[in-house]
Design a protein around this ligand. Structure first.
Ligand code: FMN
Length: 547
């Protein structure tokens, strides 16, 4: 593969143009169909016709490990890599978690959330021989509806050994791709952003599921998009909707800093000539072109581009209480609230504990999965937190950004530390206001943003990392936002509440509220946490018929 620069100004301009063009604003939404064309609704389940399906085990949640322990490396003893543990990894990250039905209509929910429940993210396992699962190295596609692995290709042990030579024993890889059409069908031009959020949520879900097995999960940042297309077999041309390679993760029961290790790309090239099996199913009968190919191509990771800067912040000390809460139960019961009750309050300590879990403390899970330093900060609308005045608060997730943020947030008034705030939490009250209507209106008038305990906007360092690394860093900003979101989803469940990711928000009105005047920082995602209102009209069915 030829070396390419990751930093072409023309491609970078395309990223800035796309981001600007896909902003929602009070005057109008980003280009989208505006209605749902049910005749072309994409099938949420990709299958490869002709590929052998190997069933995985369904492993109901257990009391152990404890939820809070999973965030601290080394607390959960690693289990061996075998059929059962691989089954649990997928069951706790990308599998179906329940079916919902009303009348004749039935739809699946999964352990990982997805914008519009459209689930563009597909998962692949690339592994050597695994006890009980396979005797030969293979590439498999994960089929969530069946909770099984479709064997796309098998290859020689010699190739696996060359590929994994620099990785610890028992390492395997999980690749994620996006079927962009699934989101574009409903969301048009903004769909690329949502696919990246969903990838981030899937990365977070895999990282937490791995933690429950005592394993590490790391993004291999050096792998180019072309290399990942070869490893997952998605380079092959066919009539069905294409899959865009997103990310390769290395997983296993090891301690080493594996994301510093590169993949030998000359061996990756040999994947082109494997005997690839199965034909992907067509998901819709026809398609509309929303022009997202351009951003997809511009943001691909070229071969030989620089790697992201590692996080050098000194470790902070915190004492994590361990609640009698099951990690796997939280993972499997995670759901989005469709409405908040407008009354539930949380204590100040619960609020601080939730925020604490979103910190990228070096070494802590799931943020150690991301090799780069944190670029996402939280602008928080506090509505119903005991002993805290309602207002707009700000959590700085990388302390080295504090001064730059203070200069950029020109409307911020106070920068006052809230009372009782733990020392290691860089949290500030910017102004005291009744923030409910701001939160609701900025989140496309969605009341879930005002009726919860708090909601927030994820403010990303934007221009600098993109100019520094190149356009390939654009999706990574959304991935980080998705991982933060995944922690918020689980934290809400562990606190007896519920949360919802909010992809529909008005970008520039949020910037104006904060006084952000240029592209240095951009709002990339919203979130809400509170007491949910359950929809009694819906029936919940088990995730798999044999459960
Ligand atoms: C990136 C992203 C954006 C989302 N945006 C919204 C939103 O704007 N409004 C909303 O009510 N739900 C939103 N959701 C929640 C999804 O609708 C929800 O995840 C999906 O229906 C699946 O349900 P589940 O999370 O209960 O599994 C979003 C979820 C994600 C991951």
């Amino acid at each position: 593969m030829k070396q390419e620069s990751g930093n072409r100004p023309d491609l970078l301009q395309k990223v800035f143009d796309y981001h600007q063009a896909t902003k929602h604003c009070f005057q109008g939404y980003a280009r989208a169909p505006g209605y749902l064309d049910w005749a072309t609704q994409p099938n949420p389940f990709r299958r490869f016709k002709g590929a052998q399906l190997m069933p995985l085990e369904k492993i109901p949640p257990t009391d152990e490990p404890r939820y809070d322990e999973a965030f601290v490396p080394g607390r959960i003893p690693p289990v061996p890599v075998n059929l059962r543990s691989i089954s649990q990894l997928f069951y706790d990250s990308l599998a179906i978690s329940a079916w919902k039905s009303t009348g004749e209509t039935r739809w699946a929910l999964r352990a990982n959330p997805s914008s519009g429940n459209l689930h563009p993210t597909e998962g692949y396992l690339i592994c050597g021989p695994i006890e009980g699962l396979c005797d030969q190295p293979m590439v498999c596609h994960y089929a969530p509806k069946e909770h099984g692995l479709e064997v796309r290709a098998e290859f020689e042990l010699e190739l696996w050994e060359k590929l994994g030579a620099r990785f610890p024993q028992d390492t395997f890889f999980v690749g994620l791709t996006s079927i962009l059409w699934r989101e574009a069908w409903k969301y048009g031009q903004r769909a690329y952003r949502y696919c990246q959020h969903d990838t981030g949520h899937a990365i977070g879900a895999i990282s937490m599921a791995a933690a429950g097995l005592g394993w590490q999960a790391k993004i291999l940042d050096d792998v180019s998009t072309d290399a990942l297309a070869l490893l997952t077999g998605t380079f092959r041309k066919h009539d069905a909707e294409p899959e865009e390679p997103e990310v390769l993760m290395v997983l296993g029961p090891f301690e080493e800093e594996t994301n510093e290790i590169g993949l030998p790309e000359d061996h990756v090239l040999t994947f082109e000539s494997l005997d690839w099996r199965g034909r992907p199913n067509q998901l819709s009968t026809s398609h509309v072109d929303w022009g997202i190919d351009e951003i997809t191509e511009a943001a691909r990771k070229p071969h030989g581009s620089s790697r992201s800067e590692r996080f050098q912040c000194p470790p902070k000390q915190w004492s994590l209480e361990t609640r009698p809460v099951s990690l796997r139960q939280m993972i499997r019961q995670r759901r989005s609230a469709v409405a908040m009750d407008g009354k539930t309050r949380i204590s100040r300590d619960t609020f601080y504990r939730i925020l604490q879990k979103t910190l990228a403390v070096p070494g802590h899970i799931p943020f150690r999965t991301l090799p780069w330093k944190p670029h996402i900060h939280l602008a928080i609308f506090v509505h119903r937190v005991d002993d805290l005045p309602p207002g707009l608060y700000f959590l700085v997730r990388d302390p080295s950004q504090r001064k730059a943020l203070e200069a950029a947030l020109t409307k911020a008034d106070l920068w006052r530390r809230p009372s009782g705030c733990p020392e290691h939490l860089d949290l500030y009250c910017l102004f005291e206001i009744d923030a409910r209507y701001h939160a609701r209106d900025i989140s496309c008038f969605q009341e879930i943003a005002s009726d919860g305990c708090f909601s927030l906007g994820m403010i990303a360092e934007f221009a600098q990392p993109l100019e520094h690394y190149g356009p390939w860093f654009y999706p990574r900003l959304f991935w980080e936002a998705g991982v933060v979101g995944q922690v918020l989803y689980l934290e809400a469940e562990a606190a007896g509440m519920r949360s919802t990711g909010i992809g529909c928000y008005f970008d520039d009105p949020m910037h104006q509220l904060l006084g952000l005047e240029d592209c240095k920082y951009q709002d990339l995602y919203h979130f809400t946490i509170g007491g949910p209102v359950e929809d009694d009209r819906l029936t919940t069915l088990p995730s798999y018929p044999d459960e």
